[in-house]
Design a protein around this ligand. Structure first.
Ligand code: ADP
Ligand code: MG
Length: 722
C-alpha cells in the first residue's frame, strides 16, 4: 500500500492550526520595519535630509556626502532593530528577487569587532553578474554587474528566526551601464512618460505641472496546499503545478468557495502575513476566497509603480515563507491544477501628479475631461500599436495555460472602455463632436463622462485590458510574474502616444478655433486609426476570435512561442529606443533571457513527467494489475470467471503511457533546433502535446488503480483545505 499518502492524510486531519498572536493595532506596527522619510528626518541634519528628500521626490542622484550620513543613520537604525547584516536586493530579468548579504562587522587592528557602513557601501555593490541571466549582454561584455541603491524605494528590515537584515532596494546594471534588471527600465519608463505628459499638459495650457508618476495596485491570486500533500508531489515542488491528476469529484462547479467563509487555518495565515506586510509599510487592503477551492486573493492599496513593484516581490516572498510556517505551500503558478481556475495578477495602473491629479480620472469639468480623453486616447493607441508587446511581456510557460483557454482573458489584446466612454470616442470618430458647438452637444458629451467615473459597475470580465473608472486594469498578467514588465510596457507605450499627441496637438492648435476643437481633431485622427482595438463584447466568444483577427487585424498570439519573437519587431525596437527605455542590446537580451526561461521550464516539466510516470505511476499501476490478475486466476480456480475488462483497460493505459513517455524522451533529446524561435515552437507544440498525452493515460489510470496503491495525493485531497 502507499503509506506516505495515508500518513499525509492522517497528519492533515489531526493537525491543529498554527496560533497567531492577536493582531496589534495598525498605528503600533505600521511601517515600523521601514527606514521611512520620517525616520530619516529624525536621524539626519536639516541639510542632509533636504538633499535626501529631493532625491526621493525627483529620482535624481544622491551626492556622496549625503550618502555617508544616510548610511550611518541607516546602520544605527537597523542595528537598533537587531540587524547585523545588510543586503542589496535587486530584481534580475528572471522576475525573481536576488540578494547579497554582508555583515556590518569589521575587525580593527586590535582584533576588536567594530561595525561600518559607508555611503559607498550603501550606494554600490558588486554581485557576480555572470550568475544572473543577462542574455546577449553577457556575450558582448565582461560579466561584471553592479547594484546601486534606488533611494525612491525605502530600505527595510527583514526578520528571520535568528536575526534581522537591512534590505536595500537596488538597480542592477552591467559595468557598461546596461540594465540587467526590471527596475532600471521601470524607472526609465516612468521618466519617459513624465517627459511626454509634461509636453501635452503644457500645450493644454496647464500653468503648473508637477512630476508625473505611474501608480500600480496589484491583485494577487494564489493557492494554498497543505505541505503534507505538496511534499509528496515532485511536480508541485519542482514545477509549481501538478503535471498529473484526475479531476476531483467535486470541483469548483458549486461556486461555493468564492466569498465563502475563510477556513480558520487560512485566516491565521492571512493575519500573520498582513501583520508582516504592515510592518513593512505594504498597505494590504482586501483578502478573500477566490473562485476555485483552495484559491485566495490579496490586494494591497495602490502605490507609486516603482515602490509597488518592489512591494509585490516582497509580498510573494513573505507569502511563501509564512505559508510554510502554517504548514502550507503557497502556489503562485498560473495553473497549478488542470480543470480548475488558474491564478492571475490584475495590474491596476494609472498616471498622475500632485497638480493635475489622476489623469485617467474623468474629473468634474469639461476641461479636466479633455485631459482625460487625451490620456485615455493615448492608452487606446498604445494597446493597438503595441498589442503584441503587451502580450509578450505577460508571456510565460505558466501563463500560456490561462491565456487563450476559456477562463482567462484571451490572448488577443483589445481595450474595454465601458459603453459611455466607448460611445464618446465613437461620436468623435464619426465627427458628431467637433468642438465648434460650445455649450452644445460637445459640452454635453464631455459632461456625460463625469457620472461614469464613479460607476465601475459595468465591468467586462472577459477583457484583457479594461478601463475601470479611474484606471486601467491589465488582467492578463500571470500570478507568478513580476508587475514590472507590464508596467514598463504600459508606461512606455503611453509615452510614445503622448509624444505623438503633443506633435499633433501643436499643429492643430495653430489653426483650431479653440483648445477643445484641437483636442477633438487629434482624437478623431487617433480613434480612426486605432479605434479597432476598442472592444466591449464577449472576449471569450469564437466570433470575437475570428473578427479580431480577420476584420480588425489584431494579433491572436496563443503561446509564448508566438508572442516573444515580437520583442524583435522593428516597431517595438523603435518604441524602446526612441523613449530611451531600452537600448537595442538591452531589448535583445530580454528576448534571449525570456526565451531561455520558457524553454527551460517546459523541458524541466517534461523531464518530471517522464520521471513520475516511470518511477511512481508505472509501478503503482503494474502492482495493481498484478493484484487483479492474481485475483482473476485464484477466482477461476474456484470456477468463478472475473470480467477481464478492468485488467485489459489498465494494461492498455500502462502501455499507452509508456509509449508516450518514449516519444517524449525522444523529443527532448532533439538538439538541432535552428533558432531560439524554432525551439520555442517545438516546446509549445510538440513537447507540450506529448506531456498531455502521457498525462491522459496516467489520469485514466488514477481512476482505475486501487486508491490505497496510488502514490500521489489526489486533487480532492489537495484542494479541499481543512
Ligand atoms: P476588483 O477586485 O474589483 O478589481 P480590488 O479592490 O480588489 O478590485 O482591487 C483594485 C486594485 O486597484 C487595488 O489594488 C486598488 O488599490 C487599485 N486601484 C484603485 N485605484 C487605483 C488607481 N487610481 N491607480 C492604480 N490602482 C488603483
Ligand atoms: Mg480586479
Amino acid at each position: 500500500g502507499n503509506e506516505s499518502r495515508a500518513q499525509a492524510v492522517f497528519q492533515v486531519t489531526n493537525s491543529e492550526p498554527l496560533k497567531v498572536k492577536p493582531p496589534k493595532s495598525l498605528d503600533k506596527i505600521w511601517a515600523t520595519d521601514v527606514f521611512t522619510l520620517v525616520k530619516m528626518e529624525e536621524a539626519l541634519s536639516k541639510k542632509a535630509f533636504k538633499s535626501m528628500k529631493k532625491t526621493v521626490e525627483t529620482g535624481g542622484a544622491l551626492d556622496p556626502g549625503t550618502a555617508d550620513v544616510v548610511a550611518a543613520a541607516m546602520k544605527d537604525w537597523a542595528m537598533s532593530k537587531g540587524a547585523k547584516f545588510y543586503s542589496h536586493i535587486f530584481y534580475p530579468m528572471t522576475g525573481a528577487s536576488a540578494e547579497k548579504h554582508d555583515g556590518f562587522i569589521l575587525s580593527d587592528a586590535s582584533g576588536k569587532a567594530i561595525t561600518d557602513f559607508t555611503g559607498s557601501l550603501l550606494i554600490k555593490g558588486e554581485p557576480d553578474g555572470s550568475s544572473f541571466p543577462n542574455g546577449s549582454i553577457r556575450m558582448t561584455n565582461a560579466a561584471r554587474g553592479y547594484t546601486a541603491w534606488d533611494p525612491t524605494s525605502p530600505a527595510y528590515i527583514m526578520h528571520t528566526d535568528n536575526g534581522a537584515t537591512l534590505m536595500i532596494p537596488c538597480i542592477f546594471i552591467s559595468w557598461t551601464g546596461e540594465a540587467l534588471d526590471k527596475k532600471v527600465p521601470l524607472l526609465r519608463s516612468n521618466s519617459a512618460m513624465n517627459d511626454a505628459a509634461q509636453k501635452v499638459l503644457k500645450l493644454m495650457g496647464e500653468k503648473e505641472v508637477a512630476t508625473l508618476n505611474s501608480s500600480c495596485g496589484a491583485e494577487q491570486e494564489y493557492f494554498l496546499v497543505d505541505s503534507n500533500f505538496a511534499n509528496l508531489r515532485p511536480d508541485l515542488l519542482l514545477a509549481g503545478r501538478t503535471l498529473f491528476g484526475a479531476p476531483s469529484a467535486k470541483g469548483q462547479e458549486f461556486d461555493d468557495h468564492y466569498f465563502g467563509a475563510i477556513p480558520q487555518r487560512v485566516q491565521n495565515f492571512m493575519q500573520d502575513t498582513e501583520d508582516q506586510l504592515y510592518r513593512l509599510g505594504i498597505p494590504a487592503k482586501t483578502h478573500h476566497n477566490e473562485v476555485a477551492p483552495g484559491q485566495f486573493e490579496i490586494a494591497p492599496y495602490y502605490e507609486a509603480a516603482n515602490v509597488a513593484a518592489d512591494h509585490q516581490q516582497l509580498l510573494m516572498t513573505i507569502f511563501k515563507n509564512t505559508a510554510k510556517k502554517h504548514g502550507f505551500d503557497c502556489l503562485f503558478h498560473e495553473k497549478p491544477f488542470a480543470g480548475i481556475n488558474g491564478s492571475g495578477k490584475h495590474v491596476n495602473w494609472s498616471v498622475g501628479n500632485s497638480t493635475q491629479g489622476n489623469l485617467l480620472d474623468p474629473g468634474k469639468t469639461p476641461h479636466e475631461n479633455l485631459n482625460f480623453l487625451l490620456f485615455c486616447g493615448a492608452v487606446i493607441r498604445g494597446v493597438h500599436k503595441f498589442g503584441p508587446l503587451l502580450r509578450a511581456v505577460i508571456a510565460s510557460a505558466g501563463n500560456d495555460h490561462r491565456l487563450g483557454a476559456n477562463e482567462a482573458p484571451p490572448a488577443i489584446l483589445s481595450v474595454y472602455l465601458g459603453s459611455q466612454i466607448e460611445e464618446i470616442f465613437e461620436q468623435i470618430r464619426e465627427g458628431n463632436l467637433d468642438g465648434t458647438d460650445e455649450g452644445g452637444i460637445m459640452d454635453m458629451g464631455l459632461s456625460q463622462i463625469v457620472p461614469f467615473a464613479k460607476d465601475a459597475g459595468d465591468r467586462n470580465r472577459t477583457s484583457p485590458f479594461a478601463f475601470t473608472g479611474n484606471r486601467f486594469e491589465f488582467r492578463a498578467v500571470g500570478s507568478e510574474q513580476s508587475v514590472s514588465g507590464p508596467l514598463i510596457a504600459m508606461n512606455t507605450m503611453l509615452a510614445d502616444s503622448l509624444n505623438w499627441i503633443a506633435d499633433e496637438l501643436e499643429t492643430e492648435l495653430k489653426s483650431a478655433s479653440n483648445n477643445t476643437a484641437a483636442v477633438i481633431a487629434v482624437l478623431k485622427k487617433l480613434v480612426t486609426e486605432h479605434g479597432v482595438a476598442i472592444f466591449g463584447g464577449d472576449g471569450y466568444s469564437s466570433e470575437w476570435h475570428e473578427a479580431a483577427v480577420k476584420e480588425r487585424g489584431l494579433k491572436n498570439l496563443p503561446t509564448t512561442a508566438d508572442a516573444l519573437p515580437y520583442l524583435k519587431d522593428e516597431a517595438i525596437k523603435e518604441l524602446f529606443a526612441s523613449t530611451g527605455v531600452l537600448s537595442e542590446t538591452e531589448l535583445a537580451s530580454r528576448f534571449e533571457v525570456y526565451a531561455e526561461q520558457y524553454i527551460l521550464s517546459i523541458e524541466v516539466e517534461a523531464k518530471l513527467v517522464i520521471n513520475m510516470a516511470t518511477t511512481s505511476i508505472y509501478p503503482a499501476a503494474t502492482r495493481y494489475l498484478s493484484d487483479v490478475s492474481l485475483a482473476s486466476s485464484s477466482a477461476s480456480e474456484l470456477g468463478i470467471d472475473l470480467d477481464k475488462t478492468v485488467a485489459t483497460s489498465i494494461a492498455a493505459n500502462i502501455n499507452g503511457m509508456m509509449a508516450s513517455v518514449d516519444k517524449l524522451s525522444e523529443a527532448l533529446a532533439k538538439e538541432d533546433h535552428a533558432s531560439e524561435e524554432e525551439h520555442m515552437q517545438f516546446c509549445a507544440n510538440t513537447i507540450r502535446g506529448l506531456m498531455d498525452e502521457v498525462r491522459g493515460y496516467a489520469d485514466a489510470l488514477e481512476s482505475e488503480v486501487a486508491d490505497d496503491l496510488w502514490p500521489l495525493p489526489t486533487y480532492q485531497e489537495m484542494l479541499f483545505i481543512k
